[in-house]
Design a protein around this ligand. Structure first.
Ligand SMILES: *[C@@H]1O[C@H](CO)[C@@H](O)[C@H](O)[C@H]1NC(C)=O
Ligand SMILES: *[C@@H]1O[C@H](CO)[C@@H](O)[C@H](O)[C@H]1NC(C)=O
Length: 264
């Protein structure tokens, strides 16, 4: 009996740390997926834009931190030998600026699987942090530890979000299980201080070389950065869609869709 009470309590607390929203927030606009495709695409693109205008400010009720600037304690980057990049790097005290200006180019939803397809455009994304790096990019061996910044412009990001419909507490939810990111950038500037133990001439020439060759540098880092963006996006999308009922987004959702995940 005592054990049962404890279990109930822990379930209750697990749920109520943030708790899902049982009333439709003003920044969620409802679309009808059974409308003609062009009408639905226009509606869902505007709806997701409305969401992205709001969520970068942070939504404490659903445990979503501020996204602009986005603060990340630590990012590990490890890519083994073979390709043009062999790096073992980490970033800490990371601050990412720019998600507040996300433009949604389009958003569609698969009417059978409910997977989302989203194309986003960001005019500018800047990352500041402390880096630690050992490896090789293009032909340059790199070693260093210090402050760094990266500034990318005109990013285009294509995201496919795999969705499993779930039901609990009388609501349906889009549970995002995985995101697949492909992206391109229209420019990159970067600076890493204290490369090669602070040998200034080597540090300056390496930074100059990386900036002058930003396109192959960006291409070679693309797989690593895609994975990093996927991890960050999965966390954000799960907080949003695990906590805001699917019916608020799609007003004509098939009520039988979704597996029951009610806790006993
Ligand atoms: C697209 O949706 C927006 C916002 O709901 C609306 O103002 C606009 O008229 C729509 N455009 C078309 C072509 O339906
Ligand atoms: C990567 O760097 C970390 C920290 O310097 C180190 O612990 C780890 O062993 C390195 N991994 C590889 C594969 O070199």
């Amino acid at each position: 009996m005592v054990l049962y009470a404890l279990l109930l309590c822990s379930v209750f607390f697990a749920r109520s740390v943030y708790g899902f929203l049982d009333k439709q927030p003003h920044y969620v606009k409802t679309c009808m997926i059974k409308q003609p495709r062009e009408i639905f695409l226009n509606c869902s693109t505007h709806a997701v834009q409305g969401l992205f205008n709001e969520i970068p400010k942070g939504v404490p009720e659903i445990g979503l931190q501020v996204l602009d600037p986005l603060e990340v304690d630590h990012i590990n980057i490890l890519q083994g030998g073979g390709g043009p990049v062999t790096v073992n790097a980490s970033l800490s005290n990371v601050k990412v600026l720019g998600f507040g200006n996300t433009r949604i180019v389009f958003n569609s939803v698969d009417p059978k699987t409910y997977d989302f397809y989203t194309k986003l455009a960001l005019p500018r994304l800047r990352i500041d942090g402390l880096y630690e790096l050992l490896g090789r990019i293009l032909v340059i061996p790199l070693r260093g530890k210090g402050i760094c910044w990266f500034e990318a412009k005109n990013l285009e990001i294509n995201v496919k979000s795999d969705v499993v419909m779930q039901k609990h507490d009388g609501f349906q939810f889009f549970h995002v299980t995985k995101v697949h990111v492909k992206f391109s950038i229209g420019g990159l500037k970067l600076h890493m201080s204290n490369l090669f133990d602070g040998i200034k001439a080597l540090e300056d020439s390496t930074n100059a070389y990386l900036n002058a060759n930003w396109r192959p540098v960006a291409e070679s880092l693309n797989p690593i950065l895609s994975k990093t963006i996927e991890d960050i996006m999965l966390d954000i999308l799960q907080k949003v869609f695990d906590n805001i009922p699917a019916n608020f987004f799609l007003g004509d959702l098939d009520e039988s869709a979704g597996e029951n995940v009610e806790e006993q």
